[in-house]
Design a protein around this ligand. Structure first.
Ligand code: GRF
Length: 218
């Protein structure tokens, strides 16, 4: 009975999804694969956008999943000058602040406050460390240099700061004696590929509740 009611509501609230990438696209691949296999049931992947042409992620999106892709080159455009082109593209593909979700997956640009305000709590990011530790670039190297024994990955909502928005899910990954940046990054990435689809699934099932900075899974 309960299951049927949920399934009906999933059909009603299909989330239009955009994934923004800059390179490899392995997290994007993990999310799209979870949708394709039915693990995420009520997401509609609409567009994959890259700020760099010819990235491997674009090929995966179009050839493996048949999803529309678009390159919006940075071309020296900063902040809202770039993001307004992004927002127009999102709207053109049905990814609106009302019905959409934007997943940053290795998107190497800082999002402008104007974009964040329009899509508040509808932009997610994945970061390869346990935030608030080691925000910004080279998080795995930062963790190794600091000498922590545990690092990991975080999926969070994007706010106006850098890697500072409300935390949705985290997964710890132990740092081992012989670790270097490459080995630690690979073990964290393995967890990222499970964590990010899980966060998207929870969002699409409307199971994420946000009060202040605290995110509860209901
Ligand atoms: C991942 O490590 C992610 O945590 C970080 O950028 C990397 C992107 O990798 N934000 P991929 O393009 O998803 O393979």
């Amino acid at each position: 009975m309960f299951k049927n009611r949920l399934e009906t509501s999933y059909k009603r609230h299909l989330i239009n999804l955009a994934v923004l990438i800059s390179g490899r696209g392995s997290n994007m691949d993990a999310i799209l694969s979870a949708i394709k296999s039915g693990r995420i049931r009520n997401a509609n992947p609409c567009i994959v956008i890259s700020n760099k042409p010819g990235t491997p992620g674009l090929k995966i999106a179009s050839e493996k999943y048949g999803i529309d892709t678009k390159v919006i080159p940075s071309d020296g455009l900063k902040g809202w000058h770039y993001d307004q082109i992004l927002v127009t593209t999102l709207h053109e593909h049905g990814v609106t602040p009302k019905s959409g979700l934007v997943c940053l997956a290795g998107f190497m640009r800082i999002i402008s406050p104007e974009f964040v305000r329009q899509y508040r709590m509808r932009i997610m990011n994945i970061h390869p460390a346990l935030l608030p530790a080691f925000p910004g670039l080279n998080a795995q190297k930062q963790a190794l240099d600091y000498g922590v024994k545990i690092s990991g990955c975080t999926v969070h909502f994007v706010d106006e700061g850098v890697d500072s928005g409300p935390v949705i899910l985290q997964k710890a990954v132990p740092v081992t004696e012989g670790d270097n940046e490459e080995s630690l990054s690979a073990r964290i990435l393995e967890q990222e590929h499970k964590l990010y689809p899980e966060a998207v699934r929870l969002f699409c099932e409307e199971r994420i509740k946000i009060v202040g900075r605290r995110v509860s899974i209901i």
